[in-house]
Design a protein around this ligand. Sequence first.
Ligand code: FAD
Ligand code: FES
Length: 531
Amino acid sequence: MYSVSSISDIVSKTPLENMDVVTSGRNAPLWFRDAQPIEYSKLTKDLTVDDVVVGGGFTGVTTAYLLSKAGRNVALVDDGYIGSGESGRSTAHLTYALDSRYHQIIHMHGEDIARKVMQSHKAAIDLIEANVSREGLNCDFRRVDGYLYLNEESSEEELTKELEALKQMGNDDVQFMEHAGTSPFDPGLCLRFPMQGRVNPLKYLGGLCREIVRNGGKIFTETHITDFESPTVKARSGNKITAQNIVVATNVPVNMRAKMHMKQAPYRTYVVAFKVPKGHVSDALYWSTRLEQGGLANSYTYIRIHPLDEESDALIVGAQDHKTGQADDGMQRFATIKAWVKQHFPQSGEAIYAWSGQIVNPGDEIGFIGRDKDSLFLATGYSGNGTTYGTLAGMVLSDLIFGKENDWAEMYDPERKTLGSAIDIIEENFNVARKLVDSFIKGQDSQPENLALEQGSIVKRGMTTRLAFYKDDKGQLHAFSSVCPHMGCSVSWNSTEKTFDCPCHGSRYTGYGKVVNGPSNFGLRHAEEQK
Ligand SMILES: Cc1cc2nc3c(=O)[nH]c(=O)nc-3n(C[C@H](O)[C@H](O)[C@H](O)COP(=O)(O)OP(=O)(O)OC[C@H]3O[C@@H](n4cnc5c(N)ncnc54)[C@H](O)[C@@H]3O)c2cc1C
Ligand code: FES
């Protein structure tokens, strides 16, 4: 049987230096095997452009690419390198078979909107394909079929309900199958979604960035934006970019006005990549139906292939989601994935990469894309479909900036009023999180001196104070207030990715207190700054 220690060997082989600018976790995703970190120069002077896009993932890069292609003078800014957020940690299934089932979207928003949601994701895959071909991008893009299959707890009705919903929306492409006919993994009863896609996300984003620059756009990395006051954004260095439009493409908006954290919930998901002989596993996408875990939890298994070299492919399997900051057993979760793979892909070879990342689930099943206020725009709430959401966000946002009609703008409007009871669900989650975390923290090690190298802990000091300690690789302790600067929840330690994660809305911080995920835009306060 696979043990946790055999996985910890892998993750310890794949850390990256200066992790906080390269990617948002300690464990490198597979994509860094073939792609270099995408680095540009820092912003060192004030600038005036037509549009400034903050955040270099699928959302920001696509938006900046489309704007620059149309002749706009664009600046794209990231506080890490390009792809250093969740886009570089994505498994990059390109599909319109969303984490939210269409029968649920129809139930919440009606048939017309559900149909447009499907069309928008189809159009996103088409746009990625067109970009790859137009710009000659070498990024392992391929059209492949996808299979939605039943997990061990679901009944056939789940598939038939979904098929009915697809037909109701006019989709006759998706077929019910007794067997997928794939090997060596044939999941049995399933829905086949033809002509979906897969890509190497870092290579794709790197290719689009090259085109942005060729179109006259400017890209700045390691440039943290602290202020978003239309018409100007201000970097930590003090330099400003003034623009007619500001796009906040930071995965979760970090400008405080937006308050999007009330409408969505953050989850951590785990991925392991295995070496398999070339061609041994059918080149397809697989997704199990959800395993309900209570609340909004929607863990499911997602599987794909990535070509490695002449002899091997990588089998990439993700699963085991949990609410951010509410579990610290990542090694066990990797080991569970590994055991599952051994059972279902007995010929699979060694595990070569293991990493986790963060997804953000919207309260009413669909993402938020559009105008925040005046000339400030945002996009968020993508669940595990952010490669297509980010791409279609680029289409919606560039149309809004051009003042062009966009058929999808209204349904994705961040201010839409259809949320109703969904908002209550998020609120409830928020409260539950607070309670859970309190009890979680009580069990933490209270002796920071005893911490292993590169580990952290939350420690009680007196009745009311809690400190976040991190012991670095040289044995030096770093102490912060454990209070999340966003809205005051207590962070918890994520020993797998070596970050302090906030269980309330998913802000994350390195062991040195630097913010790596919003909604917070500021680091943890040093312990001595507390009083
Ligand atoms: C493990 C995993 C598997 C996934 N699998 C899939 C999949 O198979 N298919 C799919 O479609 N989606 C998948 N997703 C979801 C998808 O990857 C994300 O939703 C998507 O990449 C988000 O893109 P984004 O551009 O909005 O955000 P990000 O890629 O996170 O980009 C935001 C950027 O903003 C920058 N930033 C933040 N704050 C600031 C600031 N103040 N100043 C400057 N820059 C800032 C960050 O450094 C970051 O680079 C997966 C996600 C994970 C974690
Ligand atoms: S992310 Fe909101 S309180 Fe921490």
